[in-house]
Structures are given as C-alpha cells and as structure tokens.
Design a protein around this ligand. Structure first.
Ligand code: ATP
Ligand code: MG
Length: 568
C-alpha cells in the first residue's frame, strides 16, 4: 500500500516538476495528491513527510532525468494531461509528449504588439503542454524593412511577457542552405527564373497564362540563377515556383520564391542580394528546425498548399500547419504595418504611446503580462475573426492589479473647503483597504481641495464625510465652501468626499488613452489630458507603480507629474 502511495506521489511530483523548470513544491503536491485521491485526505499527517521526502528527491535530479523517468514509469500521466490542465487550448492533433516543437517567427520589421503576444503565448503554451520546445526564429529575409532595433525590441517584449524560448535563430543564417534548396528546385525543373516585367507577370497570373520564361530549359534557368547574384538588377529577375497557372488558388500560380533586394541586411550587410520570400523561407525553415506544429494566422490559409507542395518537391519532412484568428480590437490597429505610419507621421508619440496595442504601450499603461496571458488563453481557439473586447483584457488586469494597487486621493477641478474648528495636524491612512500595504501620514490643517463635482451640489446645512477623516456640516457656500466638524465616526448615509490638503497638494496630469480610429478615421481626440491634484505621497512612489485613485480608476505612474489611466 505504501509503495503504491509513494508511486502516486512520485508521478505527480515528476509531472509538476517537468512543467516548472524542474522544480516542484510540497504545498503544490499535497493539494494535487489529495485532489487526485480524496480518500487520502484522512491520512494526510502520515503522507506529508513522504511528500516532503519525494519532492526533495525529485528536485535534486536533473530535468532530463525527471523527463525520462516520467516517460518510462508514468506514461499514463502524460496522456491525460493536456485535456485536463489547460482549458483554453484544445489538444494538438498528432502531438507526442516530449516531441512537440513550435516556433514563433516574427519579422524584425517593427515593435511587438498584442497580436504577437497571442501567437507567442499559444506557441509557448503548446510546447509546455507537451513537454516540448519553442524556437524563436527571426524571419529576416527582407532587408528593406528590417533593423537591429526591432530584433531587440521583440526580445524585450517576449521577456516582459514571460514567454521563454528554448532556442533563438535567424532565418538569414541559413542562406546557404536556402540557396541550395532553390538550386535543387531549379535542377529538378520545379522552379524557373522569370525575367518578365512585373506588370506582365501579374496580368498573366490573373489570366492564368504561363509567362514565356516558363518554357526556358534547365540550362537557361541555371545560367540566369547565376546571373541573379551579379548581372540582373533588382526587379529584373525572380525565381518562381512551377505551380499551376490554372489553379483556383491564386497562390499556386507560379509564385515567387526568391528575389533580388539591394539593401544592406542588418546582420549580413551586403553579403547576399538574393533573398527568399516568406513562403519559401518558412517552409524550409520549419522543416529543418524540426517544427512539428506550426501556427499562423488565418489569412495565410491559402498559402498552406504552397507550403506543402514546396516540401513535397524537395522531399522534406512536413510539419503540421495550423491556423488561428488574428487578434484585432475595434479602432486599434494590431499590425506592424498599420502601426508604423502612425509613429512615422507623428500622430502618436512613439511605439510606447499608450493608445497603441504594442507591448511597450500596454506596459506603460499598466496592463500586466499575466493579464495578457490569461486574456489570450481565454479567447477560444477559433479561426473566426471577431473583434476581441478590450474590456475583457481590462477585467483580467483589474483582478490582478487590484490587490497590489495603492489607494490615493485625487481631486479634479479643485474647490477650496475651509473647516473652521479643525484641531488635527496629521492622520494616518491605510494604503489599501484590505491588504497590509502600510500606511501613509497625511498633514491636515483644515484647508482642503475637493472636486468641483462633489462641491457643486452642497448647500448650507448638508452633512458630508471627508473620507478617513471626519464628518462636517456645511456652514457657508461662496467661491469657497465652509464647514465645521460634527463628529469623527462615520455616519451612515452621508455622502463621502475625498480631499487633498491645500498646502502640499501635488499637481499631476492624467493621460487617458481613447479609441484611436472611429469609422476608420483617426480620432483627433484619442488622447485626453486632465489636470488633477493628488497627495504628496505620490512623489515617493516609483515610476511604474499602479495606483487606484479613489472613486476614479487605476492609473500607472509614468513620471513625477504624469499618470496614465489604466482602466476603471
Ligand atoms: P504585421 O502586420 O504585424 O507585420 P505579421 O503577421 O506580418 O503582422 P510577423 O512578425 O510576421 O507579423 O508575425 C509573427 C507571428 O505573429 C506570425 O505567426 C503571425 O501570424 C503572428 N501575428 C501577427 N499579428 C497577429 C495578430 N494580430 N494576431 C495574432 N497573431 C498575429
Ligand atoms: Mg510579416
């Protein structure tokens, strides 16, 4: 019996360790053991020492030893795991535990955005779910658009998101191999070099007619291929796949595989001038990188036929290609191509402008990585393109930041309030209503600012509660408001008002990002800036601190005098 229990515990501990970088923990295993075998709950006292011992044994062996023991001794645990553990993602067809390899292949041509978060998180979660690997592959074969700055920005973004990859590589490091594969296609007459005008090629494609170059023989193609690296100018010759000019799928009408681009590459400078295009590079790279499951967004679906046909003709291993929908938000462009002109034309202040869905911008705005992951996994894994509600992301975020956000008072459009019989000089206010986040001392001298909205309807004789302080009765209303203290215990039913002591109020700007496009038109009012007053304690907080301004909303401190509105 004890051996059986030990076996159960060991299996659970190994599985948990394999999902958490080789380390497991007592408390996790205790709850998992009781969860799997409720009948053991009554024997928990005698089981805990066993768990402690097994957890420390498991933690002391290497990750690979954990993996192989798991595979050899507990194969059942691996089979049922995917369905049980990650609800957001359906099981992967044809996935074998320990053998799944996924990749995230961004082009380093811009800053990462939440669409990249979706793709990379799905890639990573599937790799984790099956004890596999994730490769970060920079798809950098178009030197016209690529810059070193963007490789770095993408890595920084993934780091922030907490997406961990097992390997990083650049497609451009495989140029010799890609050339070899192109030559193999030319040799076997599955491809040819076309020197027709761009215009002619596109008319022929539309009219399902082969170009005259299609009739050229192998020696002509090889000669032209050699000339592509010297004689031809950019645009004068391309390598085309011999597809099917009559195919219903326009992608198959002799698509381009390689073209000349005379721009220095950010890494390889002028070493190459013939560059593979997306379809060619992605097929070869996925195959040689050992990718088992490749994901991309739905708009590439028609390209699957080309992907598989290229690999067929080269007798190369075929990964499974799967699609998911593009993540889009209403009025917010989730695409590097659409973001770039906004930055270049100065319509937004940069890639970290809080109106944008870039990771930099979301971070600045106070959206945390855990919320993005939860949000991505909550979107059902469908291909249908519907706008995702930004509010869903906000609600995940709110749940995470609420327990950690300090509460401060904020006043808009200030009106002076003078309390005649104040004798207090200082009070302590808790930084969080439930959690122990410390207290702050606030100086009080009987003169306050309150928001015009709160002041507006006050009449002589009204009673209000100054939050955390005392109750007052209004004695006079002129350009200022006057009042007197009537008690300190909160009196049910009277309106609550937040306040700032006048003599040390801090002026800040609240930057409020709004929807960027309305009916496809740039919204000139997409950034609202409000002046406000807050407590001096604000100055002591680090940039990046999340604050909940009482009865207003969550904001992230962006500088000494500016906060960015996160959400309600
Ligand atoms: P962009 O218009 O932003 O340049 P892209 O698809 O060309 O889009 P890549 O850098 O090539 O961007 O994308 C890397 C990966 O991220 C691809 O697998 C792509 O499918 C995915 N991806 C890009 N944008 C989105 C999005 N909005 N939603 C989901 N996945 C996306
Ligand atoms: Mg792209």
């Amino acid at each position: 019996m004890d051996e059986e229990i030990k076996g159960i515990i060991r299996g659970i501990a190994l599985l948990n360790a394999s999902e958490h970088d080789g380390k497991t923990r007592n408390d996790t295993i205790i709850s998992k053991v009781v969860g799997t075998r409720p009948e053991l709950r009554s024997r928990i006292k005698e089981i805990i020492p066993l768990i402690t011992q097994i957890v420390s044994e498991v933690n002391s062996i290497s990750i690979s030893a954990q993996k192989s023991e798991l595979e050899n001794s507990y194969p059942d645990l691996l089979v049922i795991k995917p369905k049980q553990e990650r609800e957001g993602l359906p099981p992967l067809e044809g996935a074998e535990y320990g053998k799944v390899i996924t990749r995230f292949p961004p082009e380093p041509n811009g800053y990462p955005h939440i669409g990249h978060a979706k793709a990379s998180i799905i890639d990573e979660e599937y790799a984790k779910m099956y004890g596999g690997k994730l490769i970060l592959r920079f798809d950098d074969t178009n030197p016209e658009n690529e810059r070193l700055e963007y490789y770095a920005a993408i890595k920084v973004g993934l780091d922030w998101l907490g997406v961990k990859y097992d390997r990083v590589k650049n497609t451009s490091d495989d140029m010799e191999l890609l050339y070899k594969k192109a030559e193999e296609l030319l040799e076997n007459e599955y491809a040819y070099v076309c020197t027709c005008e761009k215009e002619t090629i596109s008319i022929n494609r539309r009219e399902m007619r082969p170009c005259k170059c299609n009739a050229g023989d192998k020696s002509q193609n090889i000669k032209r291929w050699e000339n592509m690296s010297k004689k031809y100018k950019q645009g004068e010759a391309i390598v085309r796949f011999r597809g099917d000019m009559h195919s219903e799928n326009t992608v198959m009408r002799d698509p381009t595989l390689l073209r000349i681009i005379d721009e220095p590459h950010p890494i390889h400078k002028d070493k190459y001038r013939i560059w593979p295009n997306y379809d060619f590079a992605v097929a070869i790279e996925d195959s040689i990188d050992g990718i088992t499951h490749a994901f991309r967004t739905k708009e590439y679906e028609l390209r699957n036929e080309l992907y598989y046909t290229i690999l067929d003709k080269l007798n190369m291993r075929k990964p499974r290609m799967l699609e998911f929908s593009r993540l889009e938000f209403e009025g917010m462009p989730v695409s590097k191509r659409a973001l770039k002109p906004l930055v270049q034309d100065g319509r937004v202040s940069g890639y970290d402008d809080p109106r944008l869905p870039t990771l930099e911008a979301l971070r600045r705005r106070g959206i945390v990585p855990e919320a993005i992951r939860k949000f991505v996994l909550s979107l059902s894994f469908t291909k249908s393109d519907t706008f995702a509600p930004f509010e869903t992301l906000e609600s995940f975020n709110r749940k995470i930041i609420d327990p950690a956000s300090i509460r401060l008072f904020i006043v808009f459009d200030p009106v002076k309030l003078l309390v005649s019989n104040n004798t207090m000089t200082e009070i302590e206010i808790p930084n969080h209503p439930q959690k122990d986040m410390g207290k702050r001392k606030v100086r009080v001298d009987g003169t306050f600012y309150i928001s015009r909205q709160d002041a507006e309807n006050l009449k002589v004789g009204d009673e209000v509660r100054l939050l955390e302080l005392y109750n007052i009765r209004i004695t006079k209303v002129s350009s200022d408001i006057h009042g007197e203290i009537i008690g300190t215990d909160y009196k049910a039913g009277i309106p609550k008002v937040q306040w700032i002591s006048t003599n040390n109020a801090v002026s800040i700007e609240v930057v409020i990002p709004k929807i960027l496009f309305v009916n496809d038109e740039f919204n000139e009012n997409s950034l609202e800036i409000k002046q406000a007053l807050t407590e001096p304690y604000y100055l002591e907080l680090n940039v990046g601190t999340e604050i909940q301004f009482v009865r207003y909303g969550y904001c992230r401190k962006d500088s000494a005098n500016q906060v960015i509105y996160t959400h309600k």
